[in-house]
Every structure is written in structure tokens, then in C-alpha cells.
Design a protein around this ligand. Sequence first.
Ligand code: PLP
Ligand code: COI
Length: 339
Amino acid sequence: MENLDWKNLPFGYQKTDYNVRCYYRNNAWGELEVSSSEYINIHMAATALHYGQEAFEGLKAYRGVDGKIRLFRWEENYERLKNSARGVMMAEVTKEVFYNAVVKAVKLNERFIPPHGTGASLYIRPFLFGSGAEVGVKPAEEYMFVVFVTPVGPYFKEGFKPVKIAIEKETDRAAPLGTGNIKVGGNYAASLKAIVRVHKEGYGSPLYLDAKEKRYIDEIGAANFFGIKDNTYVTPKSESILPSITNKSIVQLAEHLGMKVERRPIDVEELSTFEEVGACGTAAVISPIGEICDLTENKSITFCKDGKPGAMSTKIYETLVGIQYGEVEDPFQWTEVID
Ligand code: PLP
Ligand code: COI
């Protein structure tokens, strides 16, 4: 077991022992290769570098209360990567290559899986990019798929404590018929200006509104948005947000816990009517929101007035995390033990 300060891990890159790679050449995927190098050697005219032919995923491995290692809903990540590949005309990774590479990367780096009870987990980052050289704007003929892992703590430094969010009005992350619904690198490039600006002002993340009308809530940085009122879980319906696997899971959990669920456009004016609001994602898990500020109008709405996450968010959080760490029953068979 690696000797790290597990309880205080940031959400950041930490070197591990190995990564797993696979090359697509002559219309076929090759064998998985294990590497201990953190670097990759690619052609300077690779389409990933010039035309953004790149997509990635994010999932986690958890050390359970029983000492076993669990993956959470990896097939959903596989399906989403396939969709992202289609969206930017890349060769699709096969399910077998995806799963075998993920499992290999986790097992080879087992000593970096945070111990149970530390609140940390092993973040798994599969990514796919055009490695073939082109100068004309067209899809590459060669691709590379890589999986690396890194132990992480909470995405927002607050952990499961209310975070402050700022409404973004100066830039758009994604266009209605653009690439917001797939997980391609370009979306994150387009989000950097807003992230840096709101961080400087002391906010954890920007909240993006729909690009067309600047009226409906899209999502929160690298997480989906949810609001809760009248025993109802409400989350945006939009073509330009990433379909979050965490959110999809919470929708099922909320129903399981006896709540109603609504997936519909959420007017930003509706924000003040919610009893609880939060951000959800693999990295963000469930992050309660304590304040949403409209920086252009200098107006804030506050939630969690006692400084604590709301009761419903807490219940959902505990159930979700309990399933991930094997502490509570997994009625949906979302986790897979890897041995
Ligand atoms: N939205 C964006 C833009 C993201 O990058 C992520 C993270 O993957 C999410 C939402 C949450 O998705 P998931 O719950 O599948 O991690
Ligand atoms: C994830 O939750 O996996 C994300 O994509 C967040 C990441 C962009 C930091």
C-alpha cells in the first residue's frame, strides 16, 4: 500500500505505476500494452492536437467495506465513450478493449486504491484520440486509447459541504446542436475562461445557462445540476449537457426513496423556489450548493442556511456512496467486484 495522506487527497494528478494503451491501425485494434511511462509519443500532425479529435471518460474504483474493489457502472461509461467517438468521427473502442484496459489499469495500480473509510477513491481516466497525421480537416486513420488511474479526494475542496456557484453569462460551454452532449476535450477548453474567472472570485464552479436564450439551466462545470422541492427531484432536460451517469443513478435512487422525478427545462428564475440544490457527477459525487450568485447583477440566492447539506441531498448522497463502497445493498446491480 502506497503511503499517502489518503484523507486529504485533492482531486488532482498523482503518478501511479502503470497505464494501459491500445492502438488502432489498419482498421483494427491491437493488443493491450502496459506502460510505466507517463508520456506518449505522437505525431506532430495528429488530428487530436489540431482538430480536437479527442474524447475521455471518468469513472471510479472503490475499496469496499469488505476489502473488495468495485467499479461503478462502467458499461455506461463505455456506451458514452462510443457515442463521443461517433460525435467526432473517431474509431470506436470495443467493449472488450475498454473493460480489459480499465480492469488491468486498476489491478496493476492496486496499491494506489485509497483504503476504505478515507472518503477517497481511484479515478479512472480512459481517453481516445486521433493519433494519425492529417493536415486537411478530416478524421484520422489511426487512433490511440489509453487508461490511466490516479487516487483522488473530493472535486470541490469543500467535500460534502455547501459550495458556492456563479452563473456564467459571458461565455457558452456548448451550442444546442454542438458537442455538449458528448465528452470531448473541446467542451472543456471552451469552459476554461469561465472556470478561471469564477475561481478568482471565490466560486467553486460556473453554472452554464442554455446558449440560445440564456434562460434555462444547463449544467455546472463538470457536473449536472439538480434541485429538490416538494419531495420532487428536478434536473434539466437539455440537448447541450452531458448525460451524467451519476445523475441517471440519482434519478433511480430518488424514485426508490419515494420521491417524484422531473426532467425538464429549468428557468433560472425558478432557482429561488428550490429547497435544496446541488451538483452531481463522478468527480463531484453529490455536492450541495450553498449559494448561487449572478455576478453580472450582483445578486445571490442562498441555500443551506444552517451551513449544512439538506436532508434529501444527504439521504441520496449516503445511499449512492454506500452502494459504491459496498456498505449498503445494491438493488440495481450498479457495482461490479473485480478480483
Ligand atoms: N457534466 C460534465 C460536463 C462532466 O464533465 C461530467 C463528468 O463526467 C458530468 C456532467 C457528470 O457525469 P458523470 O456523472 O457521468 O460523471
Ligand atoms: C468527471 O466527473 O469524471 C469529470 O469529467 C470531471 C473532470 C472533467 C474533472
